[in-house]
Design a protein around this ligand. Sequence first.
Ligand code: C5P
Length: 218
Amino acid sequence: PANGALSGRHVLVTAGPTWEPIDPVRYIANRSSGKQGFAIAAAAAAAGARVTLVAGPVHLPTPPGVDRVDVESAQQMADAVKQALPADIGVMVAAVADWRTISVAKDKLKKRGSAPPALLLTENPDILASVAARPDRPPLLIGFAAETEDVIRYAKEKRKRKGADWIIANDVSGDVMGGDVNAVHIVRGDDVISLPEMPKEEVARLLVERFADALPRH
Ligand code: C5P
């Protein structure tokens, strides 16, 4: 993006997986590496934005010029996102766990020779949808959709259901999760722009360019 295309703007990014604790030593997680979200945060900072990156547990360095808030669970991520608002652009890239256990055992669960414990799950808050419903909703709110089939159709549905302006859809049936390349579709209503496969840093630069162009002038 042109140098300074996002100067004076606040960009809020979520990235990485969430960990949903079972007991003091165990958790439910997913394969998100955080690479695409971190690359978007880096590209936004390089374009001059103030960037808040709410990061789930990942092993990635903080990009230069980015304010990072580390969280573990979806509930912690939701709280950190609320704290970080208002923002000009919200980019929810995190692979938030859909479910958490209804309660977290205080002590480590024991093998008892008989039946394994049943994990009772409850739904996590949808961070993207709840940000979309807030009075201080960012004027440009972007969600991601990782699917293994019918990516564009699901992305269109998701965009409406969650109240996002755009959904960035990608096919994760290959090794996108954890990998270094990505091929995305930018779903803005019925208008869909498909980008070829490229490094996640390059995807980030192109997306940030489009975010900057879509913002109302200030
Ligand atoms: O429904 P699904 O998880 O596929 O939606 C993905 C999009 O919604 C991503 O932008 C993700 O960051 C966001 N999301 C969220 N909170 C959740 C679940 C998903 O913000 N609990």
